[in-house]
Design a protein around this ligand. Structure first.
Ligand code: FDP
Length: 338
């Protein structure tokens, strides 16, 4: 990279300009997606700013606490959810919203309805909030296929029907990674401009990686294929070097590293959680969509993750995602069990 040239770059590809360029390839497009995305971007900027000052503003801690002015404190994830729901409803481009924070789906009132359905986790990795470790927002977007009253059926669709997916990571820098189905692009927030700038065009995950990422504390409850796979990562018998273990415990951070460096992220089923922990609609699907778009794979232990058909909005699924060849190995171990 030419750092000197970079320091003086004047042709800044903002996320809005990027999406408008994409949109211009479809003459029939009326800009609805651009408007929806700019509301998602607004939510991400708000959460980024709230996360950055959480300690100062006393946003950390439990919802329901009262600050010294006697005002009720909102926990960061509750606050983030409020911001996203309001931004998405007011975009006028959504009909159904499913948030990790809300037990029921939100159906947008008819005067504000639009053609998109958004599934999202406003602040994923909540156990990392209070210690300042990277956390993120994850989202997936479907289109409505009819003009009748919206129902949960409009989002209970396989992940390969999503039209876009992405995440925003609130880490050492704030990065938004997006796919609209034609590859994956990463944008970094320039805090002085308040704009996400294209910094990682056309992200491709390495074909094979040397990192595995899993909560090994659950190992005693894993099934045979997962146990064998992790054993193979640590004690390879084919002369290849052992893989390194990295686990932040924030899906966005662990998936982001996997996307850029290669390797595999696993949240398998175990005896205590036969369906794993991660939620299909707003964790498994968006991340699987991004992985496939970057040339990787995502597998549930039974099938391609994006082919799952969820029956409930908060359904969970085991997930193995990452570099193509690493996921092939775990697929082979599950196939050998059958
Ligand atoms: P968290 O519980 O901190 O909100 O589904 C949420 C999630 O974090 C993911 O972000 C993360 O990958 C996973 O759970 C971590 O789970 P474990 O603590 O069981 O490893």
């Amino acid at each position: 990279m030419d750092h000197e040239a970079d320091a003086y770059r004047t042709d800044l590809m903002t996320i809005t300009r990027f999406v408008l360029n994409e949109q211009s390839k479809y003459p029939e497009s009326r800009g609805d997606f651009t408007i929806l995305l700019s509301n998602i971007v607004l939510g991400c900027k708000f959460v980024c700013s709230a996360v950055n000052k959480a300690g100062l503003a006393k946003l950390i801690g439990l919802a329901g606490e009262t600050n010294i002015q006697g005002e009720e404190q909102k926990k960061l994830d509750v606050l983030s959810n409020d911001v996203f729901v309001k931004a998405l409803v007011s975009s006028g481009r959504t009909s159904v919203l499913v948030s990790e924070e809300d037990e029921e789906a939100t159906f947008v009132e008819s005067s504000k309805r639009g053609k998109y359905c958004v599934v999202f986790d406003p602040l994923d990795g909540s156990s990392n909030i209070d210690c300042g470790v990277s956390i993120g927002t994850i989202f997936g977007i479907y289109t409505m296929s009819h003009n009748d009253e919206p129902t949960t059926e409009d989002v209970l669709k396989p992940g390969n029907e999503m039209v876009a997916a992405g995440y925003c990571m609130y880490g050492s820098s704030c990065m938004l990674v997006l796919s609209t189905g034609t590859g994956v692009n990463g944008f970094t927030l320039d805090p002085s401009l308040g704009e996400f700038i294209l910094t990682h065009p056309d992200i491709k995950i390495p074909k094979k990686g040397n990192i595995y990422s899993v909560n090994e504390g659950n190992a005693q409850n894993w099934d045979g294929p997962t146990t064998k796979y992790v054993e193979k990562c640590k004690f390879p018998k084919d002369g290849s070097p052992a893989k390194s273990l990295r686990y932040v415990g924030s899906m966005v951070a662990d998936v982001h590293r996997t996307l850029l460096y290669g390797g595999i992220f696993l949240y398998p089923a175990d005896k205590k959680s036969p369906n794993g922990k991660l939620r299909v609609l707003y964790e498994v699907f968006p991340m699987s969509f991004l992985m496939e778009q970057a040339g990787g794979q995502a597998f549930t232990g039974k099938k391609r993750a994006l082919e799952l058909v969820p029956e409930k909005i908060h359904e969970r699924s085991p997930i193995f995602l990452g570099s193509y060849e690493d996921v092939e190995e775990i697929k082979a171990l599950y196939a050998a069990e059958d």
